[in-house]
Ligand binder design. Structure first.
Ligand SMILES: Nc1nc2c(c(=O)[nH]1)N[C@H]1C(S)=C(S)[C@@H](COP(=O)(O)O)O[C@H]1N2
Ligand SMILES: [Mo]
Length: 300
């Protein structure tokens, strides 16, 4: 199938893997501005002992495994990701349960590397493997009447201890407008740093939308629905004042409780420096046309 996205970022731009794994500790420990280096010249390799690479604990947001930052890394191994299928339904010509292995057989995932900037208080460049969501939607034959795509995460209380508490309204749900869903930058990621996505990062497949804040990137997707109405999203349901449907990275629209005008750069030294947040996370040329004429302070 078509591979429309051409990487503009190179391997040299990619955040060092240890920096990526340790990102939330770096944020927590950041403060003093020492050890600065340019992006693309990570100093992590020099500052970490080889053994530390194995000891690294990943800090994640995956509330189904608990709201503590290390809960997902501690509990996500309980999630069974094989076999896996994705129910694709709603306004599509070929609804049904799509087996993950069958999907993978049709997409040349190994060849598809997407080096994306990603941001949520920290800024990184992460190499994903995956395929464009548009390819999956084409497989199912999305009908012209469909205007939105909604997504749902697996809900298995036996394997997901966090779902025994109402931290969010389960299952986790997300949504995109159709033109966002069909955009070549919108991918379903199945790998990261050249290997399968770890469970705590949303195995076996999760959405990645690099011009939006992290919570749009719904993990461990089991259902994709084409619909004609704007679907509910978990964080908007939880707090509509703070989290809108669009959630585009936008330095001009602050979160009610904090500024979103700058972010910390991971991989640029032991204590991350700050840089200005880029409109649409730097993908302005790619996605600004999608929002032409929209008041982004209203549609945040
Ligand atoms: N199902 C599900 N998906 C989710 C979340 C979650 O709690 N549950 N957290 C979101 C949030 S808030 C962020 S910042 C990203 C974090 O992804 P990462 O752990 O791979 O960095 O996942 C998003 N996807
Ligand atoms: Mo988040």
């Amino acid at each position: 199938m078509a591979h429309r996205w051409k990487n503009t970022l190179t391997d040299r731009d990619v955040t060092d893997e240890a920096g990526w794994l340790n990102r939330r500790q770096i944020i927590a420990g950041a403060g003093a501005g020492i050890g600065l280096a340019g992006l693309g010249q990570p100093t992590w390799a020099a500052t970490l002992e080889p053994n530390d690479w194995e000891d690294i604990t990943s800090y994640n947001n995956y509330y189904e495994f608990g709201t503590g930052k290390d809960d997902p890394a501690r509990h996500a191994h309980m999630l069974t990701t094989q076999p896996w299928s994705v129910q694709i339904d709603g306004l599509v010509d070929r609804p049904g349960a799509y087996d993950f292995e069958d999907i993978m057989a049709r997409m040349t995932v190994e060849e598809r590397i997407y080096r994306f900037r990603c941001v949520e208080a920290w800024a990184m460049v992460v190499p994903w493997n995956g395929f464009e969501l548009a390819d999956l939607l084409e497989m199912a034959g999305v009908r012209p009447a469909a205007r939105y795509i909604s997504f749902e995460t697996v809900l298995r209380p036996d394997e997901m201890p966090g779902t025994r508490y109402p931290a969010l309204d389960w299952p986790y749900v997300e949504g995109l407008r159709m033109d966002e869903a069909m955009h070549p930058l919108t991918i379903m990621a199945t790998g990261i740093y050249g290997r399968d996505i770890p469970n705590q990062n949303g195995a076996p497949l999760r959405l990645v939308v690099p011009w939006k804040y992290g919570f749009k990137s719904i993990k461990s997707v089991v259902r994709i629905t084409a619909t004609d109405t704007q679907p509910p999203t978990s964080w908007n349901k939880a707090n509509a004042r703070e989290y809108g449907f669009y959630s585009n990275v936008n330095p001009e629209v602050d979160h009610p409780r904090w500024s979103q005008a700058s972010e910390r750069v991971i991989g640029s030294g032991l204590f991350a420096r700050r840089q200005d947040t880029l409109m649409f996370n730097g993908y302005i040329d790619d996605v600004a046309p999608l929002y032409a004429g929209m008041d982004l302070t209203k549609f945040f």
